[in-house]
Design a protein around this ligand. Sequence first.
Ligand SMILES: C[S@@+](CC[C@H](N)C(=O)[O-])C[C@H]1O[C@@H](n2cnc3c(N)ncnc32)[C@H](O)[C@@H]1O
Length: 337
Amino acid sequence: MPGVRYFAQYRAGLGELVIDCLRHDLSGVKVVGSDDSSVLFDSRSEQSKVGSLGYLKNAFAVLATVPRSTPQRAAERVADQVLSTPMLRGQRRVTSFRTMVSVDGKLVGLPRPAKAKLESAIGRATGARLSTRGGGAEYWLVGRRDLQSMLFCQRLTSGVKNGAAGSLGADLASLLVTASDPRPDDVFLDPFAGSGAIVLARMSLPYDRVIFSDLAGQPVPTEIRRGRRVSVLAEDALELPSVRTGSVTSVVTDPPWGEYDELGTDFATFAAQMMTGMDRVLDPRRGRLVLLLSRRAAYVTERLWQPANLKLRQSHQLLVNGHPATAQIGGRPGSGS
Ligand SMILES: C[S@@+](CC[C@H](N)C(=O)[O-])C[C@H]1O[C@@H](n2cnc3c(N)ncnc32)[C@H](O)[C@@H]1O
């Protein structure tokens, strides 16, 4: 199957991890260009697969490109191409549609004649009717500062869900889980589970067992409490007395970002105990670990992987709600991730 060109938008600051996860989830990914919150890439994967990736704010299949100009001029050019080329021929199942224009991440309006010309061309090419309320296909004209061309695209996603206040966000949780190379026979643990965003992201994929643990004892989401083969614990992550030695194949977690003073210890001591605990619970052959840390904390933990018999394979620099952060990804030396 020849590749399709895709355009995807994500939360600013997550680019390194997003591109890594696209390579993990899709086949034959070739990045054409990227900026802090979007990527243009080719892939052999189906559009439905790209549209189902939970960490993208928006994903689009690129149908055509036109030289960068005013949105009005670009819309007129696209309308001409829609009528003179077969680009919308495969879209016969579309029954209704609407159009959107986005320039540098902001929705903008089109002058009425240009909008009417574009919509009439799409209507003729697809046989679909215009429905401004949405619910049908969405055709977007997208301009970005870093792109020489404007893209005419079909939208594949309806956007990521927001996480609970103070939680990571479903997109970042899903990225971290993907980075752990999830497998159906995983026994998964998040020892600092908080609101459960990472656990929920892991539960959306096949697993053998999932363990949620957090010392704070805040309410645990119903989907987790009622989940099949899910244990809910409220144990100290530095001890985890109910978790058997070597029984966990995958840990993805977001340890506390700055409450060490309240814990009555410094971060270096806390981190060393945490990594000793990870060494104990992780499967000695297959164990994998993904940590999300503040950038400062990451400088401390990067030296603690090897003493814990773990290999740090990748570090991605991120911005999480404006704060510099690092995702550290690795596992047992033979675990392959
Ligand atoms: C940065 S938050 C995790 C947020 C979580 N990823 C989410 O999306 O809600 C860190 C969590 O670690 C918990 N915590 C702090 N020290 C702990 C310890 N020693 N053992 C277990 N949990 C601890 C806190 O209660 C807090 O919920």
